[in-house]
Design a protein around this ligand. Sequence first.
Ligand SMILES: *[C@@H]1O[C@H](CO)[C@@H](O)[C@H](O)[C@H]1NC(C)=O
Length: 353
Amino acid sequence: MAPTWFGRSATILGFLVTLALCSCSDASRRALLKENSMLERHEQWMALHERNYKDVAEKEKRFNVFKDNVKYIEQFNKAGNYPYKLSVNKFADLTNEEFKATRNGYKGLCLEDKLARASSSFKYVNFKYVNVSAVPSTMDWRKKGVVTPVKDQGQCGCCWAFSAVAATEGIHQLKTGKLISLSEQELVDCDTKGVDQGCNGGLMDDAFKFIMSNKGLNTETNYPYKAADTTCNAKEASTHAAQITGFEDVPANSEAALLKAVAKQPVSVAIEASGFGFQFYSSGVFTGPCGTQLDHGVTAVGYGVSDDGTKYWLVKNSWGTSWGESGYIKMQRGVSAKEGLCGIAMEASYPTA
Ligand SMILES: *[C@@H]1O[C@H](CO)[C@@H](O)[C@H](O)[C@H]1NC(C)=O
């Protein structure tokens, strides 16, 4: 990429020359140095995340966003007002508005609120864990070999598929003792009957309905992820590596009910994940701020209590391992709002097998 290399060298050279010729004050000299190191930082970040911009104007625009984000993140961490840290991750050249704009932006989010609420069918009929009275004080389904490695949905708004697949992988392992990575792409391509719309969003419950009516789901290996809407491969979709017998909704707005379910198996949950804190979450217990406009589907794979006594849900995301704690987020548990933090207790569900 000769033009990029040239652009970079020229920019940095420009700053060095300016600095050398500058008969300016120490303050402006420092400002120049700072700007220069920020430019270098952006270059390094671009290389790390293999980011190329279409022209100089776009690069300058992205640099300014990057700069603002870095400043915000550093101030946030330095202030230390929250029990979690932020980091300059792969979303660092997106404004929060762009991050939220699932149709044009990164598309990491996927459950538009409209869509989530269109699920008028969301009401529990049976909750098989209703009588569970004693649950372990902590749970981590990863340690029990029930969770596949963190995946990356890329620029496709199909978090709903990743959430439903992770819950299905979990119940399949618990039933058969075999941990098999299953296909999200099969859901993206073939599950077109309900509200599910591939990369444009969908619902976990409708994904479970598809898996039931399709009589199972193929493996990730046989039906690999493309991060795009492609044609349903009917042959691969007719091969089944795992089956579910049904699904149940956790009684809404009850973290106590959710706890009973997560104590028994990984559970699909819908949350609001579009805030600045979520965009740049790096480690610790996430305590918000966030609302309850459900826009993302993830999977609760455990719960625990942090060293400082904060209770949390252990949540598997689908934004790759470079985001959060190796792809996971700890979200505060036991909040005063009945919906749970970011609405985590509003629309939880799990497959049965
Ligand atoms: C829960 O307990 C009640 C009362 O004993 C019983 O009627 C009900 O069938 C139980 N439900 C489940 C799902 O086990």
